[in-house]
Design a protein around this ligand. Structure first.
Ligand SMILES: Nc1ncnc2c1ncn2[C@@H]1O[C@H](COP(=O)(O)OP(=O)(O)O)[C@@H](O)[C@H]1O
Ligand SMILES: [Mg+2]
Length: 237
């Protein structure tokens, strides 16, 4: 890979109690890449994301962000170093307004960019329209845009998204995919996303890692991604 390295994951292991879940995850992402992590239910995709942001402890292996070891840093430090995390199910604060949700992230971020709020509104105009509305009243697609917006105010260099298309209608998913591509093109942000939706995987991934039983069992390159066969086979659709 010629691009400057952003995320290097080597031999990552993790467990819930005494049950091993990750058994050696290896992934490498260069600056500005959009890469998906796919695999059937229960293979460890969400656990991988939680381990990358520091919500699950790595029991072995290494995580490096732009060459810096972050394997044992707490989540807030990883966020400050430039990882934005959009969890599965979005998890916005339902009783706060859209604007309050964004401000809370800005306060928590430490190194926030004052213009980022306006930039978030430029990528997701519906959030500006709804900025005084409580987040719990937004549609699933709008909440997903807010969750991405919240991660963006911290000015991340790497975005981790866990099933961004889940429960969202296809036209809104396409719009969110376009926004993610612009975020990459204009800001140089690297994107790793977990996905099960074939259309979304095909629409924006440039490369794809396949997880099974806590390890990466295959990598699907740009060429192979042109046909959905390989992806379909690994998702067993
Ligand atoms: N908080 C938890 N405590 C115990 N086991 C869990 C927990 N979360 C997930 N698991 C188990 O870990 C495995 C991997 O789960 P997960 O990472 O959520 O998979 P995926 O996102 O690929 O569907 C599954 O067997 C799941 O039941
Ligand atoms: Mg999951």
């Amino acid at each position: 890979m010629s691009a400057e390295p952003v995320l290097d994951v080597v031999g990552l292991h993790a467990a819930y109690g005494s049950t091993p879940v990750l058994r050696g995850i290896d992934m490498h992402l260069g600056k500005g890449e959009i890469v998906s992590l796919i695999g059937r239910n229960g293979v460890g995709k969400t656990t991988t994301m939680r381990c990358l942001i520091g919500l699950v402890r790595a029991t072995a292996g290494h995580i490096r962000l732009r060459g810096q070891a972050i394997t044992h840093l707490p989540p807030a430090d990883r966020a400050r170093l430039g990882i934005g995390y959009i969890p599965q199910g979005r998890q916005v604060f339902p009783r706060m307004t859209v604007e309050e949700n964004l401000r809370v992230s800005q306060l928590a971020g430490g190194k926030s960019d004052p213009q980022m709020m306006e930039r978030v509104f430029a990528y997701f105009p519906i959030l500006k329209e709804r900025r005084r509305q409580s987040a719990g009243t937004l549609s699933g697609g709008e909440q997903q845009q807010l969750a991405i917006g919240r991660a963006m105010v911290g000015n991340p260099l790497l975005l981790l998204l866990d099933e961004p298309s889940e429960g969202i209608q296809p036209s809104i998913v396409r719009m969110i995919c376009e926004a993610l591509k612009s975020i990459r093109d204009q800001l140089g942000v690297t994107i790793l996303f977990v996905e099960q939706n074939l259309d979304t995987i095909m629409e924006i991934s440039e490369r794809c890692y396949v997880a099974d039983k806590g390890t990466i069992v295959a990598e699907i390159g740009r060429q192979e991604l042109h046909t959905s066969e390989a992806v379909r086979r690994h998702l067993l659709i």
